[in-house]
Design a protein around this ligand. Structure first.
Ligand code: PBG
Length: 358
């Protein structure tokens, strides 16, 4: 709920409001700001990007990065949807903020649950990188070129469903780990090809590994894919971090992801399900597409709407209604119950045991 309030505020803020904020209302920064980040190369790249931008904005402030390992990074042997979903990547960072060891956390928005815990909010969404999926292979140019029986790596139920629907002759195998780990598994010959987010590869200077970029028509991106978000905790010291971070917010991206995340939230929030939601914003106009499927890709529903980008969440609800009219709830039902159970298990496990690297 918190996070939605934050996002709604960001998404509906006009450019003028943001300009006013940057020039007049930005509070004095503290002497130090600490950014919590996962330690994967991509996470550190993203944290460093935010660090540099904050350092430029506030030269007097010492901006530092606190790297940490999350449960999501440690559990590499099981498909994420089975072990508790996306929250696993953000929980330790939230603990660091709650304990005052960090002031903000930088995340890939795609990994951030739709509902943040009480006391946390998204303060800014940065300009989006390429939101599309990428086909990566050492031997083949495209999905079309893969022969029957070829092993394709992905652990995303969305990618699995979309690919199974169009390429039933391929064998889809789970692929976990950070980007380097995944590329390493491809290079060792465990897969004929893998699908990765183009954004991560581009940020790490690995764009040359992309053999083909999948257009949204072929592989509709996940909600938030390609966007970075900054999460903050409610503070007792009165510092208005949201105002300090407002200059980093990119309004069209914030609007697009608010619509995408609304769709996702309607269908179960933080659960990992085969769901895609992708919005583009051009001159204040939004085009939003969404899709749900069964993991085998045999059943699928898709819908699209257009409208004013300022009505991001209403557009998200509209698309969700169109999907529901095509039995979306039933299509997702098997995944929803499985993922909900995994979420519950993960929550009780986290409550019972201290954070592994706390
Ligand atoms: N699920 C892991 C994850 N979270 C964000 C990215 C890539 C960068 C992004 O989407 O912003 C990836 C890797 C991938 O999907 O290939």
């Amino acid at each position: 709920m918190r996070e939605l309030t934050g996002l709604r505020r960001l998404a509906s803020a006009t450019a003028k409001e943001l300009v006013l904020k940057t020039s007049e209302l930005v509070p004095t920064p503290p002497s130090q700001l600490v950014i919590a980040s996962r330690e994967s190369r991509l996470a550190m790249w993203q944290a460093e990007h935010v660090r540099v931008r904050l350092q430029q904005l506030y030269p007097q402030c010492d901006v530092k990065i606190l790297g940490m390992t999350t449960r999501g990074d440690q559990i590499l042997d099981r498909t994420l949807s089975k072990v508790g979903g996306k929250g696993l990547f953000v929980k330790e960072l939230e603990v660091a903020m709650a304990e005052g060891r960090a002031d903000l956390a930088v995340h890939s928005l795609k990994d951030v649950p739709m509902e943040l815990p009480e006391g946390f909010a998204l303060a800014a969404v940065l300009e989006r990188e390429d939101p599309r999926d990428a086909f990566v292979s050492n031997d083949y140019d495209s999905l079309d070129a893969l022969p029957a029986g070829a092993v394709l790596g992905t652990s995303s139920l969305r990618r699995q469903a979309l690919i199974a629907a169009r390429y039933p002759h391929l064998v889809i195998k789970p692929l976990r780990g950070n980007l380097d780990t995944r590329l390493g598994k491809l290079d060792r010959g465990e897969y004929a090809a893998i699908i990765l987010a183009a954004a991560g590869l581009k940020r790490l200077g690995l764009a040359q590994r992309i053999r083909a970029v999948l257009p949204p028509e072929a592989s509709l991106p996940a909600a938030g894919q390609g966007a970075m978000a900054i999460e903050i905790a409610e503070r007792q010291d009165g510092l208005d971090l949201q105002a300090l971070l407002a200059p980093l917010n990119d309004l069209p991206t914030a609007q697009a992801v608010a619509a995408e995340r609304k769709v996702s939230k309607v269908f179960g929030g933080s659960c990992q399900v085969p769901l895609a939601a992708f919005a583009t914003v051009d001159a204040g106009q939004m085009h939003l597409r969404a899709m749900v499927a069964t993991p085998d890709g045999l059943r699928m529903a898709s819908a699209e709407v257009s409208g004013a980008a300022a009505d991001a969440e209403a557009l998200g609800l509209q698309v969700a209604e169109l999907l529901k009219a095509q039995d979306a709830v039933d299509i997702l039902s098997s995944c929803l119950s499985e993922a909900a159970q995994a979420e519950a298990d993960a929550r009780s496990a986290t409550l019972a045991a201290p954070a592994p690297d706390a």
